[in-house]
Design a protein around this ligand. Structure first.
Ligand SMILES: *Cc1c(COP(=O)(O)O)cnc(C)c1O
Length: 397
């Protein structure tokens, strides 16, 4: 997945442009910036590639989620539905606005399960936020119908699946809002950065203002701008945007490498009858950033994960026990460990997650292993890895 693996002259030249002009900020300084508008150019490039009317860059993927929710008017006490399997940014962005993260089960797509979502909808629900984890997507057709029926917004977190598609449309462009991360380990990187995309002009207008202290961005005298509402600072710098501009031009090259490497590993594992693969909804195309598969039991998944580690096959994750992408490891959320006092709306309405039953998620995540697909592997290295994985898994199932 990581774009940092293939980092070179194109990135260096873009950054050098910014250093030569000396303007590190995305707004203003028109006279001295020598025509360099890296953030704007990256927004244009992303709008084209992601088939979206509007793109706004921010400082991180977490910022993109926060600004996306804020731009849609989400605030104190509103409920946002999110999956039990995701990155912690999902509930961080919701809580940052005083809204309530409502955790919902995932299925064999490793993303939100539509019927579980429907059962959780209340009159406080504003947004359904599927997270396209590990390179593949939620059942967007089903979620879209639900959102239409209940008049909710659909926000796609496509941070781990940039370049994937659903019925021919880029992931992120199907919901009312879509978010991407360009942190250091994502498919394309800015160092740090993120973007939101939307076809709703008012969301875009809110987003660019909110992420820059509420500045209205009218005219070209920043000091004289008005502030239609309260905002914050989630700006990206020109240096980060410059790196992303070089990387976005290479996205399709990176995706092709991922697909090639993924296919070799998948074919090798397909010969093992005990293994099944993560379900990709009909009409979906992965971005191939991870190969995700299920073992017949939790016990076997643990053994295989350990076996792969002992055989020095790096980059394979057992999320159920390790890392911080599954609700079982979110003690800080479950125990509400905040530095200062949480907003009263959150204290009153946050479910007691120490008592929840997410056995439907456990059924899938407990048996899943996800292996990161690297860009830098040679053809021989992929073949060797495929052979080793096959041998380790065969010996343990
Ligand atoms: C990386 C990631 C984010 C957050 O992105 P940052 O740029 O690191 O803040 C959000 N959601 C998912 C699914 C991610 O993988």
């Amino acid at each position: 997945m990581p774009g940092f693996e293939l980092f070179g002259d194109k990135e260096r030249n873009q950054v050098q442009d910014v250093l030569d002009s000396g303007v590190l900020m995305r707004y203003g300084f028109d006279g001295i910036r020598n025509g360099h508008w890296k953030a704007k150019e990256l927004e244009t490039a992303l709008a084209r590639r992601m088939e979206a009317d509007h793109v706004h860059l921010v400082s991180s993927g977490t910022a993109a989620l926060t600004v996306a929710l804020a731009s849609a008017g989400v605030g104190a006490g509103d409920e946002v539905i999110m999956p039990t399997f995701t990155f912690v940014a999902s509930f961080e962005s919701i809580l940052a606005l005083g809204a309530i993260p409502i955790l919902v089960d995932v299925d064999d797509t490793l993303t939100l399960e539509a019927s579980a979502v429907e059962k959780t909808i209340t009159d406080k629900t504003k947004v359904v936020m599927p997270v396209h984890m590990c390179g593949s997507m939620a059942d967007l057709g089903a979620l879209q119908s639900l959102c239409e029926k209940h008049e909710l917004l659909l926000l796609e977190d496509a941070c781990q699946a940039i370049g994937g598609s659903y019925h021919g449309k880029p992931l992120g462009s199907i919901g009312d809002l879509g978010c991407f991360s360009f942190d250091y380990v994502k498919t394309i990187t800015c160092g740090e950065g993120g973007a939101l995309i939307t076809n709703t002009e008012s969301f875009y207008e809110n987003a660019h203002k909110y992420s820059d202290h509420g500045h209205d961005h009218l005219g070209n005298d920043r000091g004289a701008e008005q502030h239609p509402f309260l905002g914050y600072n989630f700006r990206i710098s020109e240096l980060n945007a410059a790196v992303g501009l070089a990387q976005v031009a290479r996205l399709d090259e990176f995706l092709a490498i991922q697909e090639r490497n993924y296919t070799v590993l998948r074919e090798a594992l397909s010969s093992i009858p005990e293994i099944t693969f993560r379900r990709v909804p009909e009409g979906g195309v992965e971005n191939y950033s991870f190969l995700n598969f299920f073992l017949p039991s939790e016990e076997k998944a643990r053994a295989v994960h350990q076996g792969l580690g002992e055989a020095r096959i790096d980059g394979c994750f057992y999320w159920y026990d390790n890392n911080w992408h599954y609700y079982r490891k979110w003690e800080h959320l479950i125990q509400r460990k905040s530095l200062g006092k949480l907003p009263q709306d959150v204290i009153d309405a946050l479910p007691d997650y120490s008592k929840s039953d997410f056995s439907a998620s456990d059924h899938w995540v407990g048996r899943n292993i996800s292996c990161l697909i690297k860009l830098g592997w040679t053809a021989d290295e992929v073949q060797e890895r495929a052979g080793k994985m096959q041998k380790v898994i065969r010996g343990l199932v």
